[in-house]
Structure formats: C-alpha cells, structure tokens
Design a binder for this molecule. Structure first.
Ligand code: C5P
Length: 206
C-alpha cells in the first residue's frame, strides 16, 4: 500500500504520516526533509538559494539515512528549502529516490507537496491535509517554543503565508490537491481526532 499525503506548511501532514505508517506497518518518508537537507547544504557552503548547480550536486550527495530532523527543522532552513524546491532540475533529480522508497515492500506513507500529483500519481490513498494559516502558525509556534527556539507567532504566520504563496505559485510541481485526493481540514481537530479521520479515509479507500 502507498499512501500519499500532501498539504501546506505546518498542516500536520508529518505527524499524520508518521502515525499512519505506524498504524499500517508501512515505511514513512517526510519528503520535506530532503528539500531541507539540500537547503542546509547550500547554507553551510554559503551558496545562494537559487544556485541550480550546487543544489543538484547537493541532492546527489544526500544520505537520507543520516538526516538530523532537529537541525533541518529550523525556520531559516525551511525558508531556503521553499526557494530551492522551485528549481525543476533539483526536483527531477529527487524523483527516483522517492519513487523507489514508495515501491519498496511493504509500501510506504510519503508526505510532501507533490506526492499525489507527481511522485506517486497511482497511490492507493491520497490525502490533502489543510488547516487555516492562523491555526498552522499557532501549532508551529508551539513546536518552536518546545524545541527551545521560540519565535513570535505573528512572524511565524507571515512566514507561513509567504511559503504557501511560493509553494502554490511555482511552475514546477506546485502544491495542489490531486483530483482524487481526500480533503482533510484539521483546523478544528486535535491530533487524535485528525488521526482517526485519516484512518477512516484509508479504510474507506481500501
Ligand atoms: O514540509 P516542509 O515544511 O518540511 O517542506 C519544506 C519545503 O520543501 C516546503 O516549503 C516546500 O517548498 C518544499 N517541498 C517540496 N516538495 C515536497 C516537500 C517539500 O517542494 N514534496
């Protein structure tokens, strides 16, 4: 089974992906981490976010087994990730790895922006997770605070709006709901309600 989860920044898709994978005994790939790892490599090397050649080279050198989510989740890394991820050559260089991951038994849950539309158009189940920008900013601000790097919630909201615009407005694999994806709006749901709703969607699609 392949489950594709897409949605905007801080919609809860990562948490849902992890929980669904555990529930169904599938592997899980947070594809945002891949773009974040490329962004971090550029930042570490002092390269600009639109350096196509450096981005593709960084992608070729990635070792997803050694990703450190804590370092990759920083706000500055997400910001650069949302810029580098608009480079078509970079996206093309990352397709095979993601498809191979999805196709490896026993199957997988992948979450990102273009899983249901580009990476796994034939996924068994597609879920498009959203929540209002304000609720997403609030959740993200709580995460930053819990990680010891608190950020002003208004600044987080501004960043989320900017990223939404960039992710939905780019020409290469923009964020959008696949025609056959189920919409899950978690604005008024706590995490356990959202997980229950996601499992219900999977069960109804099997
Ligand atoms: O989901 P996350 O916030 O970690 O993703 C960071 C950035 O990587 C996003 O803003 C988006 O621009 C990019 N991304 C993407 N395609 C994916 C996953 C993430 O373009 N499948």
């Amino acid at each position: 089974m392949i489950i594709a989860i897409d949605g905007p920044a801080a919609s809860g898709k990562g948490t849902l992906g992890k929980k669904l994978a555990a529930h169904y005994g599938l592997r899980h790939l947070d594809t945002g981490l891949i773009y974040r790892a490329v962004a971090k490599a550029l930042l570490d090397d002092g390269r600009p976010a639109d350096d196509k050649t450096a981005a593709v080279a960084a992608a070729a050198a990635l070792d997803p087994a050694r990703f450190e989510p804590a370092a990759l989740k920083a706000q500055a890394v997400g910001e650069v990730a949302s810029v580098v991820s608009a480079i078509p050559e970079l996206r093309a260089a990352l397709v095979a790895f993601q498809r191979d991951f999805a196709a490896t038994p026993p199957g997988a849950v992948l979450d990102g922006r273009d899983i249901g539309t580009v990476i796994c158009p034939d996924a068994d189940v597609k879920i498009f997770v959203t929540a209002s920008p304000e609720v997403r900013a609030h959740r993200r601000a709580l995460e930053f605070a819990a990680s010891g790097a608190p950020m002003d919630e208004a600044a987080v909201l501004a960043d989320i709006r900017k990223r939404d615009e960039r992710d939905m407005g780019r020409a290469a694999a923009p964020l959008k709901q696949a025609a056959d994806a189920h919409l899950l709006d978690t604005t008024n749901m706590d995490i356990s309600t959202a997980i229950r709703a996601a499992i219900d969607i999977v069960e109804a699609s099997r």
